[in-house]
Design a protein around this ligand. Sequence first.
Ligand code: FE2
Length: 348
Amino acid sequence: MADAARVLIVDDEDLVVEAIRAALRDEGYEFSRAADGLQALALVAERVPDLIILDVLIPGITGYEVCSILKNDPIGRFIPIMLVTGLSSTDEMVHGFDRGADDFIGKPFNAHELRARVRSLLRFKNLTDRLEHVSAVIETLANAVEARDRYTVGHARRVATLSAELARACGASDTELDDIRSAGILHDVGKIGTPEAVLNKPGALTAAERRQIEAHPVLGGRICRPLRTSANFRSIIRHHHERLDGSGYPDGLKGDEIHMAARTVALCDIFDALTTDRPYRKGLPQEVGLQIIRDEVKRGYWDRELFEVFVDLVGDGWHYEGTEFGMETEPAMPMQGAIVPPVPVAAP
Ligand SMILES: [Fe+2]
């Protein structure tokens, strides 16, 4: 049987808290309570609730601000938030929804209505929990590839991060960024089907071995097919080794046939491959890597305009937050970001 849903009530008025608890008493939920916004954020950081019932007018930071902070947090954004307010104007509701609130209830509230709304939000939370599991599957697949290829530890995550930054600089939408991140993480997942001896071979590859390597974009697309959410990014995986002049693989696509997202991941993949250690050579300095790519742009392999944006992004030395570029890092699980309570504002 599933654990009881955890409901966090954020309100400084004891009577309101008691009324909410009484209305939901028979639902079997587990309750916690915070009397102000900062305490609420601290409780969420300690243990993530399944639902937050949040009064707008609380001491210190307002319910709107708490809502905003949580909805901009990697974990907090998955917690449904119901704002409780005595204010009933449309403007106030719009203000709350703009800050990411999932629902509203006015004071005084009807107990039946509160129960129905809470049940509905918890159904929504259940759904987002399932989405979180898809993320875990993606991470697991990426880890499986890296476990077989000691030279690419961290490569998939670096390509995902860099590709998303490049796409953002080009004006990609949030949905496109999500797809590019997923494709970046999984672009080499097809290497699960490549023999380890070939993956880690220090010398030149035979023609047969090269064919085995070059099968990985197609296999990667196939591996991801059962993931419904992969529909938008499978083509990026399949085409991350295509070149604009048609000399890439597996389909020999040319020019506009190669989607911008695939060009983006391809460029970041090449840059990371050049500037980190491989079985056959040490990682090159970033400026040398950029020069090699610049020469390949002139040969017609890569998108010139995209490369210019890329140079603006990494030209002064690209490094990942808290790490030196190219260093092995502990895998960062995307759904386990820390919710850091904000620094308390100075008392007036
Ligand atoms: Fe690849």
